[in-house]
Design a binder for this molecule. Sequence first.
Ligand code: ASP
Length: 319
Amino acid sequence: MNGVPVIVVHGGASKIPDHLVYESEQGAKLAALEGYKVLKSGGSCIDAVVKAVSSLEDNPVFDAGRGSVLNEAGEIAMHSLVMRGDTCGVGGVACIQHARNPVQVARIVLDESPHCLLLGDAGLKMARKHNIPEESVDYFVTEHATERFKNFGEYVKAVNGIYNTKEHDTVGAVALDCHGNLACATSTGGITAQKVGRVSDAALVGCGGYADNESAAVCASGHGEAIMKVNLTKTIASYVEAGLAPKEAIPKALKKMNSRVGGSGGAIALDTRGRWGVNFTTERMTWARIGGSDVSGVDKKFVEFGCDAVNIKKECVRL
Ligand code: ASP
């Protein structure tokens, strides 16, 4: 075993309404703990991120798995990605329905198929072959998602409303295990009123998630179309590879995204030295980290911009 394992999770970047702040932060902490237990017992980073994201998917507070938002047809369509930093292996599903934990299907695509991304029923077929539990539509649709659909029945209205006024979103996790490997996992129901067949950045490598032991493991949340255009997570990882710390790479990439294509969002990142970062241009982002010291937050004023594992306390910055 090498060093202290670390996991960072997030529950979405947006203007999370006050009444959901507590539940959201608790959900992120619980997911981080679930993932950390895997790491602590010597398990792999990929097992840890899948465990953490499964916990977030099971929690109706988040827009992933149970709690996913509704598309323009009032249906659920989910997207997920896993990536391992040792081999750069990728598995993803897009527009999948019924699978209780899309992230577990993405993991199967990674382990059992020669492909990186399976769409719709192709993913579900794979899930069935590997006995991933399924649920009926009622399980996924929450009161909150239905309310959102009523408020933001049009996609553009939803994008403006969700990222600039209220609501909360996609989930993700990055982990560093005792063997020195990195992994990431993402999951989302996408954006309210999105077109049937829209693929989220959360299923696309280098957009919603990226992991490479030579740079960093990164997960993003925010307006997917903006994230895709600038390959947000790959950009952050490239900045780390070029010498920036994760806590510096995230704001730089978010600034670039905003100036080039005008979107807002947030990201978490972790490198093989255990240096990590979280930052966002939305009003809030839920996140939690375990390993070295345990911290979490939702509001800007509580953001720790990340730190070096070697000197966690000294380098953490509280605003
Ligand atoms: N990025 C996700 C999407 O566009 C949504 C989010 O993170 O809020 O599908």
